[in-house]
Design a protein around this ligand. Structure first.
Ligand code: ATP
Ligand code: MG
Length: 747
């Protein structure tokens, strides 16, 4: 046996790895080692059953998961062998087959792939050409849904019941024709054409000896078909999944695929894994309580292998900004308490939607905590936010040539790149800023040597008008009239920004507009005099020109402060990246993006109704599962929180999932009663040395100073439950929690 494949696996996991059954379903809760088992099975098939790597297909849900899996397999069988596996997302495996055998279904080798913005642009052109109503993004999404259901444009046309459906059928048809004419496939096509290929030419997969799939609960109908087709010659399939973690119903994932599989292959061997190796008993206990609110779900056994540990924290904060400040302070406190054994990369902040990251990013940036975003961009890097911030920068300091260049033709004003470059060089040679040259040109004080056509001249005049009017606005408002909000709103209107975003990002318009609203919310916060003073007094903004300048206008000061704060929010992270400290970054991710991953400490802020469950979600059960997925990413400490007013300053109430009867008993209201011994245990999780006595003494001092913010433990502990969990099997030695009550440690 290749070293270690079966070591560190429990009995049920070993069975799943070594079974001779052809079709195997491993259905098990989060953290029970499904991915670990799947990886071990691949290694086992290679090392023990002597399967050839190129005859094994492994489908994962994300590219990241595929890479991680490959790395783990490499440890068992070596790089040469692992790299020959057909391992990747469904899309990437399908692409590989199409590139190799596409000629059987009339595909050339050089077909291109239409990404989502290409697809949208095509749909938009069709709608315009035919003078149809409806938005391109919506129609594009609908095409994708139909494709996911395996309904092609002909079939849709035949079933179309009314004019609206017929119109859509036409768009769908023309879209398909355009892709064909340009030799393009969209993402859905990769899967569909691969299905077609494998039906027409089954010999392409005659060598496939085993197919393995992770996160099976989130497969859709086409992926199901593809599974059957990949495995059609030998039907050797292993899938792992968890119905409780099905969170892609909104993208046509079919939970029924689990039962469908059993119907298609009645001899399917089902293996249940019941032990959780990831989370403390207390975290599992709380997560379990949430998922059990879904009464239609069959009861399941779940056993903790770690002791009970700290109950998760459920906290209410007055505002989104206060929530972010508390969260960052708590991260710093726990890190200090661990004697810095816990580093930022041991913490994750998981969000229901990406727009929620702004408040957190601002607070992290202010404190210099480095972070990375997975499955999304940092708030201030998002195009729609960056552009408005650039406008504010130019209003504040028009001499900022780079910012002027970035915004001068956005939204489009017929000012070409060549003209801007020419004007920029001309300004430089005259020793003036780009802005003042443009202003002189527009106001007729200067005739540029760079060619400026009449339409460009009009465009430049529009740009100048936007900036001048905004500066006028800024000068005219007072502190009482919330200067920054007024200024930003003025810019948004003047730029017809909402229409611009609708035109430019038809598919993602809503998400992008939500980010703009977030930025507006931030200017509201920044206009709050108390908060401004607090920031300045904190010394977070040491030398801001605007402050020293102390102009007569409160509004101008507020703007400089605001922009300095934005710069600060990004500067900390950029520096960390330059220093090559990427491993030391905290993770911010959507819950969707965190699927399959784990961290010692997890925060889920903004747990309010409208956020989770989301106001636009149709399926509350799916929203609950999403919260469950988020909670079960945590190994040792878990924090859920909600602001009582969201960032739009609307009243928010705690998520309905967290206010059900009995839920409160599973959480702490205040900080966790984490004890030094627990931190030592936590440190073991990371297989680092335990804190030295000096480090412990230091962190204890920090704690004592911080006492107000810390104890007490309130509420009744569910002692009986706790005792039950404590009797569960001890951990496997990778980590465990002591049950020492904090009072005993610090008394
Ligand atoms: P999810 O549903 O969230 O994807 P999963 O079931 O795939 O979870 P894994 O990620 O495979 O779970 O495992 C969770 C953690 O438990 C990992 O850190 C893994 O190394 C550890 N683990 C799994 N099985 C064992 C075991 N038998 N002994 C020790 N640790 C284990
Ligand atoms: Mg997994």
């Amino acid at each position: 046996m290749a070293t270690g494949i079966l070591s560190n696996l429990n009995e049920a996991q070993c069975e799943a790895v070594t079974t001779a059954a052809d079709v195997v379903q491993v259905l098990a809760p989060p953290g029970s080692g499904k991915t670990k088992t799947l990886t071990a099975r691949v290694a086992y098939l290679l090392a023990e059953r002597r399967l050839k790597p190129w005859n094994i297909i492994v489908c994962t849900f994300t590219v990241k998961a595929a890479n991680e899996m490959k790395e783990r397999i490499t440890k068992f069988v070596g790089h040469e062998c692992a790299k020959q596996l057909k391992l990747g997302t469904f899309h990437s495996v399908a692409l590989r087959y199409l590139k190799q055998y596409g000629q059987h279904i009339g595909l050339g080798k050089d077909f291109g792939i239409a990404d989502s913005s290409d697809s949208k642009a095509i749909v938009k052109r069709i709608i315009k050409k035919n003078d149809f109503s409806g938005d391109a993004g919506g129609a594009r999404g609908r095409i994708s849904t139909q494709k996911a259901k395996g309904i092609d444009s002909e079939q849709f046309w035949k079933k179309a019941k009314d004019v609206e459906q017929q119109e859509f059928a036409r768009i769908y048809q023309e879209y398909e024709e355009t892709l064909k004419a340009s030799d393009l496939l969209d993402y859905d096509d990769l899967l569909l054409r691969c299905c077609l290929l494998l039906r027409v030419e089954p010999a392409c997969v005659s060598n496939v000896e085993a197919l393995l799939i992770d996160e099976y609960q989130d497969t859709n109908n086409i992926q199901y078909d593809l599974m059957g087709l990949f495995a059609q010659h030998r039907n050797v399939i292993t899938i792992v999944g968890d119905p409780d973690q099905s969170i892609y119903g909104f993208r046509s994932a079919e939970i029924k695929n689990l039962t469908r599989m059993k119907e298609q292959w009645p001899d399917t061997l089902t293996i249940n894994l019941e032990e959780n190796y990831r989370s403390s008993g207390a975290i599992l206990h709380a997560a379990q309580h949430i998922i059990e609110q879904d009464e239609s779900r069959p009861p399941k056994k779940l056993q903790a292998t770690h002791t009970y540990g700290q109950r998760p924290v459920l906290r209410k904060l007055p505002s989104a900004a206060a929530e972010a400040d508390w969260l960052v302070a708590e991260i710093q406190r726990i890190q200090a308490l661990s004697g810095d054994l816990l580093q930022p990369n041991d913490f994750a902040v998981l969000l229901r939607s990406a727009a929620l990251s702004r408040a957190i990013e601002t607070a992290l940036g202010r404190e210099g905590v480095p972070y990375r975003m997975i499955g999304g961009m940092r708030f201030y890097d998002r195009a729609e936010v960056k552009l408005l911030v650039d406008y504010l920068r130019v209003v504040d300091a028009p001499g900022n040539n780079e910012a002027v260049e970035r915004i001068i033709n956005v939204p489009p004003r017929r000012v070409g790149e060549g003209t801007v470059k020419g004007l920029h060089e001309e300004a430089q040679s005259k020793g003036v800023s780009l802005w003042s040259l443009v202003l002189d040109v527009v106001q007729g004080r200067c005739k540029p040597t760079t060619k400026v056509t009449p339409s460009t001249q009009t465009g430049l005049a529009k740009f100048v008008d936007v900036i001048l009017s905004a500066q006028k606005k800024l000068a005219s408002v007072t502190a009482e009239s919330a200067p920054l909000v007024n200024l930003l709103q003025h810019l948004i209107t003047k730029l017809s920004y909402q229409d611009h975003l609708k035109r430019k990002f038809p598919d993602e318009y809503e998400a992008r507009w939500t980010n703009v609203e977030e930025l507006v919310a931030q200017t509201i916060e920044a206009s709050d005099p108390e908060r401004l003073t607090a920031i300045v007094n904190d010394g977070a903004l040491p030398s801001i020109e605007g402050l020293e300048r102390r102009t007569e206008s409160v509004a101008e000061d507020a703007l400089s402060l605001f922009l300095a704060n934005v710069t600060l929010a990004t500067a900390g992270t950029e520096k960390a990246e330059q220093d090559g400290e990427t491993a030391q970054q905290l993770t911010i991710s959507t819950i969707h993006g965190a699927k399959g991953l784990e961290w010692p400490v997890v925060f889920i802020p903004a747990c309010y109704d409208g956020s989770i469950p989301h106001s636009r979600a149709d399926d509350n059960d799916e929203e609950r599962r999403l919260l469950y997925v988020g909670m079960t990413r945590a190994q040792a400490l878990l924090y859920l929180s909600t602001p009582l007013r969201n960032s739009q300053r609307e009243e928010a109430s705690m998520s309905t999932f967290l206010t059900q009867p009995g839920v409160a008993a599973f959480f702490e209201e205040h900080g966790p009663g984490i004890a030094i011994a627990d931190v030592r245990a936590l440190a073991k999780t990371l297989r680092r040395d335990c804190p030295s006595d000096t480090a412990i003494a230091e962190s204890k001092k920090t704690l004592e100073r911080d006492e107000d913010n810390y104890w007490p433990l309130t509420g009744e502990e569910p002692f009986e439950e706790r005792a039950k969990w404590d009797r569960s099997r001890p951990g496997d030695g990778t980590w465990s929690f002591s049950n020492t009550r904090p009072a005993a440690v610090f008394s």
